[in-house]
Design a protein. Structure first.
Length: 266
């Protein structure tokens, strides 16, 4: 999520508050679906904990795409590239933008303020491109391995777990004084996190049994890792940090599922 001052943007319009409107605003904000439900960032952020469920539906679409392409015997590597491309495209490239901004910031030597300034500028450097390349190629390789093993449910689980990574980062981070990320972080509480985690574990088990549960744990680990990196380098978490936690959470979800599959198939 690109860290910008959007408080005066026409996108964020104050409307009558309701959970459904907040969810609709969150979907409009974080996907390319043309719902055109606009609300204030504060209202939208009230339903941050619901984000993994939204991504579970996105993952379900990916699951159906894989099932369809498998029927026509597409090469697994091609399917993996299509699915990864679909996920980052359907999310409007929001989270990928955060990952790339973090990549540039981590290359900078100096105090947190200097790193944050680099993270918030509009330039794309070597750190950004390298971060995208590493995460993309590892994610695609993991998708290829799991799809080849017939664990199609991992498609849904990994996308859902990307948002589990994001909300994990929220509950373990210190918010920036300003910016969109501040509202998402402040809205997340431990009770909300536990409730949605239980629901996501049930969904993951339904689609991929114990391997799916490991995918959820991978998402938590990825989000916590980015939170740790954010604290160490920036002291705070911005919207870009949250965006990066989604991409890294998805990657570690896939990695944990592959490790579980290899371990229990031996």
């Amino acid at each position: 999520m690109k860290e910008k001052d959007k408080m005066n943007d026409d996108y964020f319009i104050n409307e009558k508050s309701s959970p459904l409107r907040s969810i609709g605003g969150l979907i409009t904000f974080s996907t390319i679906l043309p719902l055109n439900i606009y609300t204030s960032i504060e209202e939208m952020a009230k339903m941050t904990y619901f984000w993994p469920i939204i991504s579970a539906f996105v993952g379900l679409i990916g699951f159906l795409i894989v099932y369809f392409l498998n029927m026509f015997q597409f090469p697994i590597l091609v399917i993996s590239v299509i699915i990864y491309s679909f996920f980052i495209w359907f999310n409007g490239f929001h989270h990928l933008d955060g990952l790339m901004d973090i990549g540039d910031a981590l290359m900078v030597h100096g105090n947190p303020e200097k790193k944050i300034a680099v993270m918030r500028d509009s330039m794309i450097g070597t750190g950004a491109l390298s971060s995208f390349f590493i995460v993309a190629i590892v994610t695609i390789a993991l998708l290829d391995s799991l799809i080849s093993a017939g664990i199609i449910g991992a498609i849904l689980v990994c996308e859902m777990s990307g948002k589990i990574g994001l909300i994990s980062c929220c509950v373990t981070s210190i918010p920036a004084p300003t910016g969109t990320g501040k509202h998402f972080i402040e809205s997340m509480t431990i009770p909300k996190f536990i409730i949605i985690l239980i629901i996501c574990i049930a969904i993951a088990y339904f689609f991929s049994n114990f391997i799916g549960i490991m995918g959820v744990l991978g998402g938590i680990f990825g989000g916590a890792l980015i939170s740790f990196i954010g604290k160490k380098n920036f002291k705070i978490a911005t919207g870009d940090v949250l965006g990066a936690s989604n991409e890294v959470g998805r990657l570690f979800s896939l990695l944990f599922m592959l490790i579980a599959f290899i371990t229990f198939s031996i």
